[in-house]
Structures are given as C-alpha cells and as structure tokens.
Design a protein around this ligand. Structure first.
Ligand code: PDD
Length: 284
C-alpha cells in the first residue's frame, strides 16, 4: 500500500511527492526535524516536540513554513489517511530551494515535509531482551542541541554498532558519554542514583528524557545530571536509553561487559511503564 505523504501543503501518494534538487536540506543539510510518536492513533508529547522544532528553527534563523496549528492539523490528517495506530510522524523543515550558494538565500521559501512510519512501540522485543551498546567516538559538530538533519555521524555510529553485533552506539567525547546515536543515555549507580548527562550544546534535549526526569521526582528516585564514563556505565546496576521511538529501552551490555545481572532492570521497567501511562493520558 502506498502512503500518503505531506509536501508543502499537499497530501500526495509517496511516489508522486517532489522536492527540488536545489533544496538546501538536500545540498547543505540546512534543515531541522522532529519525530513524534503515535499510539492508539494519538500523538505523544507533541506540544514539546513542536516547541523544540521552533527553537531549532530559531537557532538557525530558519523561517517558519507553518503555524503549530497548521502542523498539528497536517499531522492528524496524515495519521488518519494512513490509518496509523502505532508508529511515528516524521516532519522536516528546510530552508527550501535556492541556487547553490553557501550564503543563505535573501528570500528563503522554507519547505515542510511530513510522513508516517508504522512501528511496534508498546511491545517491542527490546523491552524484555534489553539492548547491547558499543561506544564510539563522538565526531559530530558542536551544536548537537539543534535537531538538524545532518545525521551522518549518528548513522555511522549506528552502523558500527550493528557491524559489531550490538544494537546501538553511545558516543564518547573527552572520556565521557554524550548520548546514543538517536537517544539519550542513562545509568543507575550502585546507590540507586539515576545519572544522565546535563543539557548543553553537546547533546539533544530529548523530549522523552525531560518527561522521564519529571517522573523521577514522583518516584523519589535520586537524580544527578552530569556526564559519566563508559567505565561507570559498565559498573552500574542498570543502564537504559530514552527517545520518542523507544520510550525507555534497557541496556544489558556495554562494550561486551554485562550491565548488572544482564537482565532489564527494575528502574528502567518502572520508568517505561509510568512514561507510557502518563504520556498516553495527555496524548492528543
Ligand atoms: N532521535 N539524542 C539524539 C541524538 C536523538 O536523535 C534523539 C531522538 C534523542 C531523543 O530525543 P527524543 O526523546 O525527543 O526523541 C536524543 C529521533 C527519535 C530520531 O532521530 O529518529
């Protein structure tokens, strides 16, 4: 079945969708994106994703192609037209088409593209099996807080993990973990303290990370927002990742070292359960 996708105001079959070869997203990675998840046909944490999209656009001086209301209306129409029950809506804003020049065009006409992807979110096998991580050097640029479509370093990191027989990579800079290839990284130390890197230009401010951190208060879990090393992660009781498309997935092995008893841990399990429950309760 062909999907209906959204391109600059039009809903079209995916094989009829067109973007210019001069689009700056294509030529310069001059674009930003968001991935909002859908469960039971509803968008999870979407207002927070749209707020981060606004921030990404503003940091790059990218003109907005649509209002939040217009974007939400298009997301919902795509969900409906593609009968999406569980999966994600991807959206991308680029500075649009202009003759190739490093300088920004004087009057940019930004493009907005959206499509749906079905995904198994609630009952993914990784939840009961856990995932294996390998560490790789973080070779990305220095504004990782902006969610740009420049994802080649993350793609290389993910592929290196798969080639090594693992499921994902944690990127390391100056001896400390920054984040996962497309997720935020957490550990629970031997005292039961949850540790995740503080926000800054070095990592993406994950929407799922923020929601999970709010839950630690309710659960009275001790929290430290600071950088940690791979050695600390290997010695932890538990480790896990968060992202829109995983929610919370437990990590059972890092660079071949077993984490804890090698099984998904209780803190990750509890936070996953609570995240899904609370995010669904406010889903729209
Ligand atoms: N990636 N860090 C990076 C580098 C990411 O690419 C992502 C998300 C996250 C988690 O952010 P959030 O909780 O808002 O999804 C952290 C998405 C899922 C992707 O690129 O597909």
């Amino acid at each position: 079945m062909t999907r209906t996708v959204y391109v600059n105001g039009a809903f079209v079959p995916e094989d009829e969708a067109k973007i210019s070869v001069f689009d700056r997203g294509f030529l310069f990675s001059d674009g930003v994106y968001e991935v909002s998840t859908v469960v039971h046909g509803k968008l999870l944490d979407n207002p927070a994703h749209l707020a981060r999209l606004r921030r990404s656009m503003s940091e790059l001086n990218l003109p907005s192609p649509a209002t939040d209301e217009e974007i939400v209306a298009a997301q919902k129409k795509l969900i409906e037209q593609n009968s999406l029950e569980e999966g994600a809506v991807y959206l991308q804003v680029s500075r649009g088409a202009a003759d190739r020049d490093f300088a920004f065009p004087a009057n940019p006409k930004p493009s907005l593209v959206m499509f749906t992807q079905p995904k198994n979110l609630l009952h993914a096998p990784q939840v009961s099996e856990g995932i294996k991580i390998v560490s790789v050097p973080d070779i990305r640029w220095k504004r990782r807080d902006i969610k740009t479509v420049s994802l080649l370093a993350q793609s290389l990191a993910k592929q290196a993990a798969l080639d090594a027989g693992a499921n994902d990579a944690w990127m390391v800079e100056d001896g400390y973990v920054t984040e996962g290839s497309s997720n935020n990284a957490f550990i629970v130390d031997q005292n039961g303290t949850l540790i995740t890197r503080q926000l800054g230009n070095e990592i993406l401010p994950g929407i799922t990370r923020a929601s999970v951190l709010r839950l630690t208060e309710i659960e009275s879990i001790k929290l430290e927002e600071r950088a940690f090393t791979i050695a600390e992660a290997c010695a932890a009781q538990e480790a896990f990742i968060t992202s829109a498309t995983t929610f919370v997935w437990p990590v059972v092995s890092i660079d071949g070292h077993t984490v804890g008893d090698g099984k998904p841990g209780p803190v990750a399990g509890k936070l996953r359960e609570l995240y899904i429950e609370t995010a669904l309760a406010r889903a729209d």
